[in-house]
Design a protein around this ligand. Structure first.
Ligand SMILES: Nc1ncnc2c1ncn2[C@@H]1O[C@H](COP(=O)(O)OP(=O)(O)OP(=O)(O)O)[C@@H](O)[C@H]1O
Ligand SMILES: [Mg+2]
Length: 227
C-alpha cells in the first residue's frame, strides 16, 4: 500500500527583518485511499504545508517520505518526475490556462510528462465525463461557471491518476450547492481510484465527511477527529 509521510516539517520564512516560524515539527501520515482534512485559522500554515508536501516549497527541515524513500534527498529532476506521478494539485483559484480549452488544459499534463500513451485521449474523456463536464470540453475557462472551473481543475489534477490529490480550499469560492457537488465528487474519486486526498479547508461540512481531520496549532498538526 502506498504511504506518504511528512516527518517533523519545520518552515521559517524570513520577512524583512524578522523570522516567522510557520510550521514547527508538523508530521502527518497519509495512506493510499484515505481522505484527510487540514483545518485552522487563516495564516496557520495550511497552504505552506500542502506546498511542501507537493515539493513546491522546500522546508527548513524535515522529511517527506514516500514508501521509505525520502523525496527531499532526490535531485531536482528525480523529484520533479516522482512528484508529477504522485501528486495532483488543485488550487482554490484554479489557475487553468486561459488560452487553452478544458480538453487542452488536461492534455497538457501528458505533454509535460512526455507521455504518448495511446489511451491518454480516452482517459481525458472519461475523466471529464466522471466529473460531469464532458459537454464543456471545447470551452475556454472564461466561458465556465465557478463550479465548472473547479471541476475542470480537479479533472486536470487527476487525469494522470496520481496517488494523492492535494487540494487547497477547493470549495472556498463556491456557493453551497456547488461546494456540495465538489465534496461528493472528490470523495467518490478517492474511493474509485484509491487515491489519497489531502484537503486544506475552512469548510467544516466538507471536513466532517473526510476520514481524518487535523488542525494546525502553533505550527504542528493536532488530530481532531476520525470520520
Ligand atoms: N513566501 C512567503 N514569504 C513569507 N511569509 C510567507 C510566505 N508564504 C506564507 N507566508 C506566511 O506564512 C503564514 C502561513 O501562510 P499560509 O498561506 O500557509 O496560511 P493558510 O493557513 O493557508 O491561510 P489561509 O487560510 O488564509 O489560506 C502566514 O503568516 C503567511 O504570511
Ligand atoms: Mg491557504
Amino acid at each position: 500500500m502506498n504511504r506518504l509521510q511528512a516527518l517533523n516539517i519545520c518552515m521559517t520564512y524570513q520577512n524583512l527583518n524578522h523570522h516567522v516560524q510557520v510550521l514547527d515539527n508538523a508530521s502527518l501520515d497519509i495512506d493510499e485511499g484515505k481522505s484527510i482534512g487540514i483545518i485552522g485559522p487563516s495564516g496557520c500554515g495550511k497552504t505552506t504545508f500542502l506546498h511542501i508536501l507537493a515539493g513546491l516549497e522546500t522546508p527548513s527541515s524535515g522529511s517527506i517520505i514516500f514508501n521509505d524513500a525520502n523525496l527531499l534527498t532526490k535531485d531536482d529532476n528525480e523529484f520533479t518526475r516522482i512528484r508529477s506521478q504522485l501528486f495532483g494539485f488543485a488550487y482554490q483559484f484554479h489557475y487553468l490556462l486561459e488560452d487553452l480549452t478544458i480538453y487542452e488544459n488536461c492534455s497538457i499534463v501528458f505533454q509535460i510528462s512526455k507521455s504518448t500513451n495511446k489511451t491518454n485521449h480516452e482517459t481525458i474523456i472519461s475523466t471529464l465525463d466522471e466529473l460531469g463536464i464532458l459537454n464543456i470540453k471545447d470551452s475556454y475557462p472564461y466561458m465556465l461557471s465557478g463550479g465548472e472551473r473547479q471541476r475542470a481543475a480537479i479533472a486536470r489534477a487527476i487525469v494522470n491518476r496520481p496517488s494523492f490529490l492535494l487540494m487547497d480550499e477547493p470549495t472556498g469560492n463556491l456557493d453551497v450547492d456547488n461546494a456540495s457537488i465538489i465534496q461528493e465528487l472528490t470523495l467518490n474519486l478517492s474511493k474509485k481510484f484509491n487515491m489519497g486526498i489531502l484537503v486544506a479547508t475552512h469548510d467544516m461540512s466538507y471536513a466532517n465527511k473526510l476520514d481524518e481531520v487535523y488542525k494546525i496549532e502553533h505550527g504542528t498538526l493536532k488530530f481532531q477527529k476520525n470520520g
